[in-house]
Design a protein around this ligand. Structure first.
Ligand SMILES: [Zn+2]
Length: 151
């Protein structure tokens, strides 16, 4: 269904090799569970709870790039779901701001190329109310519990 290869956006990326219908579980994020102090800033990590991170699995889930107009989103149990029908060859993406919520996080420049690009990948707390409401259904579950009023 998917493979890792060179991405025009950022080093490596994950691409559909067959059509993927909306609602399909594209992959599951996995890796060692780390506390905040165990996360090296430059190494791959994914925030999955207030003080908990996933480290690198060294599989496809490490290489899915961010997009401000993604074709996938976070579901339950660290699953990445297709938000719409995806055609073969399309790069798989999700919105990193649906998982990041660190105080003082400065963000990093976005090169996703979407017309709706926000320019900077930031913590969920730093997004506009409009973006927060739009992204709420695809939030990492710990953020849905943390921000119940955004919906
Ligand atoms: Zn963007």
């Amino acid at each position: 269904m998917i493979e890792v290869r060179e991405s025009p956006q950022h080093g490596r990326g994950v691409f559909a090799v067959t059509p993927i219908p909306r609602g399909t579980v594209v992959l599951e994020f996995h890796g060692p569970h780390l506390a905040a102090h165990e996360v090296a800033p430059d190494s791959y990590h994914l925030q999955i709870d207030e003080f908990e991170y996933l480290g690198a699995s060294h599989e496809a889930d490490d290489y899915v790039n961010h997009s401000c107009d993604p074709n996938c989103g976070i579901g339950e149990n660290l699953r990445l779901l297709a938000l719409r029908d995806i055609v073969a060859g399309e790069e798989i993406s999700w919105d990193y701001s649906t998982a990041i919520d660190e105080a003082g996080f400065q963000g990093f420049p976005c090169r996703c190329g979407a017309r709706t690009c926000r320019g900077l990948v930031r913590s969920f707390r730093d997004l506009t109310d409009t973006d927060r409401r739009r992204l709420w259904p695809f939030l990492m579950p710990y953020l849905r519990r943390k921000y119940p009023g955004v919906r």
